[in-house]
Design a protein around this ligand. Structure first.
Ligand SMILES: Cc1cc2nc3c(=O)[nH]c(=O)nc-3n(C[C@H](O)[C@H](O)[C@H](O)COP(=O)(O)OP(=O)(O)OC[C@H]3O[C@@H](n4cnc5c(N)ncnc54)[C@H](O)[C@@H]3O)c2cc1C
Length: 489
């Protein structure tokens, strides 16, 4: 739906003619979708004014940070936040950083490393926003998802500016819960059945100690970044184990000992994808690693605060792994490959290779929860992939699942992929069927309740969150200007 000239002018008056566009030749460059217009606000006041105009004219809108993903119905207004790209503050003493939406993770991380700090980077990659929640390769140390947001500045779908937590009472960013309004549970950007309506304009993120170098020694070019040297007191290894149970026991003990900077339960297919530069190399490497591993395994990075700390951590690692019958993968001991993995799993460019390269597309079931339960469920979900592999619908990755520790094993994440050719309609339907069945099985067999499942079935088991969520969206978005609110009005 195109905007009338008069309405377009009202929006243009807010952002300036350089920062608004409804040219049909430009619109498809955003998600190949026919938006009513794209607007680029430069600050919170402009976001608020645009949102108020959307309410006045009952027009739906959706914001994006880097725009990697999201659901964008045709005809809505797209708010592209790329002009809001400032790091507002790095508070070293209280260990938080305040950022605008278009600060990407690589920029923030480079600034933080200079100060001996780091933060949770979404596995999607360092080119995604630093601000929006996510989980990633460093969760063992940096936690993940909604646990890293402190105070947030939020323009509600009605155009109010809300400053949560400490910011609401004292202009300070250090806490998301107070003193001041705590709206943590709704401001996560991923609350089902969609993202939080409205626009986050600034957020404070928790920071963590970084024991590594002030400048990460990355050299080379995509798709092959390497390290000019393995940083002092750092090491990366992959260990495989005789059984899932043994692997899991080692993972628990490593969590208790708190010695791993990173613990990522990659399978051999993911290691292969990460250390190669094309599909042909990848397949060869996968076949080689498959012979080298004795069973399931994980990748770890350890990082010492001093030579003595590093020696201690290495000793503990060796003892726990050998007690569980684990074996180090020789291929990863090669310093070049060790460096590639260290680079991809700290500067974070791994997921894009693991998930997209073989197959072309993927569907996944990601779960945060109790690792042992989710692992048990994932073994069944892997077996259920076998008929799809036999029919040639999905890539044979050995039925493997993967997962990782969060907060030194306090929590964990398990995820399982089905990789397929998106041009094959039969394969796509089969993968979607598998995803639905396995999500339902998890709920029925009491492994976990995924909110990706049917909400009216799962909601009652989770305090009817779905009904509360709908009520809440109606209350904060009475004019239905967010796609979520629009479907409820
Ligand atoms: C190959 C691949 C691997 C991935 N791996 C991971 C992973 O390991 N871990 C992980 O956490 N995620 C992962 N993801 C998901 C990823 O986090 C999302 O794709 C996300 O979109 C990343 O970009 P972004 O943060 O810049 O958000 P965007 O793409 O810009 O936006 C994401 C959603 O949030 C909304 N939004 C954007 N900005 C705002 C704002 N300021 N206020 C309110 N709402 C807003 C958008 O409308 C959209 O719905 C993966 C995705 C892909 C494709």
């Amino acid at each position: 739906m195109a905007l009338s000239k008069e309405v377009y002018k009202e929006f243009e008056d807010v952002v300036g003619e350089e920062n608004i566009c409804d040219d049909p030749a430009i619109m498809p460059s955003y998600y190949n979708t026919e938006f009513a217009a794209v607007m680029l606000p430069g600050n919170t006041a402009e976001v608020q004014a645009l949102v108020r105009l959307c309410n006045k004219h009952k027009l739906k809108f959706r914001p994006i940070c880097t725009g990697w993903s999201g659901m964008f119905p045709k005809g809505i207004i797209l708010m592209d936040l790329r002009r809001m790209n400032h790091i507002i503050e790095i508070n070293e003493k209280n260990m938080y950083a305040v950022v605008e939406p278009y600060v990407i993770s690589s920029e923030l991380q480079a600034e933080l490393m200079k100060r001996g700090l780091n933060f949770c980077i979404k596995g999607a990659g360092t080119t995604c926003s630093a601000m929006l929640r996510g989980h990633g390769h460093m969760d063992q140390t940096t936690s993940g998802d909604d646990r890293n947001h402190l105070a947030i500045e939020w323009v509600t779908p009605e155009g109010e500016i809300v400053r949560t937590g400490a910011l609401g009472s004292s202009d300070e960013w250090f806490s998301g819960d107070g003193p001041g309004p705590s709206l943590r549970s709704i401001l996560t950007s991923a609350v089902p059945p969609g993202v939080t309506p409205g626009v986050f304009t600034k957020a404070a993120l928790k920071l963590y100690h970084w024991p590594g170098p002030a400048k990460f020694p990355v050299v080379g070019h995509s798709p092959k970044y390497v390290l000019s040297e393995i940083p002092p007191n750092m090491m990366a290894r992959y260990f495989s184990f005789p059984s899932v149970e043994k692997m899991w026991q080692a993972e628990l003990k490593l969590g208790e000992a708190e010695i791993c900077y990173e613990l990522m339960g990659f399978n051999a297919a993911m290691v292969a994808a990460n250390i190669t530069t094309c599909n042909e190399e990848d397949e060869k490497m996968f076949n080689r690693l498959n012979k080298e591993v004795q069973g399931p395994g994980f990748f770890v990075i350890i990082a010492g605060n001093s030579a003595e700390d590093f020696t201690y951590k290495k000793k503990v690692l060796e003892k726990i792994v050998s007690d569980a019958g684990g074996k180090s993968l020789k291929t990863v001991e090669d310093p070049e490959i060790e460096g590639i993995l260290m680079c991809q799993c700290i500067r974070i460019s791994a997921s894009i290779r693991e998930t997209f390269r073989p197959g072309g597309a993927f569907n996944s079931i990601p779960i945060m929860g109790q690792r042992d339960l989710t692992i048990k469920w994932a073994i069944g979900a892997g077996k259920a992939k076998e008929p799809l592999i036999k029919k040639g619908y999905i890539v044979d990755d050995g039925g493997a699942f993967f997962g990782w520790g969060v907060e030194q094993g306090h929590l964990g994440k398990t995820e399982i992929f089905c990789k397929f050719d998106p041009r094959n309609a039969e394969a796509k339907a089969a993968v979607e069927g598998w995803q639905k069945e396995q999500t339902a099985r998890a709920f029925k067999e009491h492994y976990f309740a995924s909110t990706m499942g049917p909400q009216d079935e799962i909601g009652p088991a989770l305090s009817n969150y779905h009904l509360w969520w709908r009520k809440l969206v109606r209350a904060i978005d009475p004019n239905g200007v967010s796609p979520e609110g629009g479907s409820l009005v």
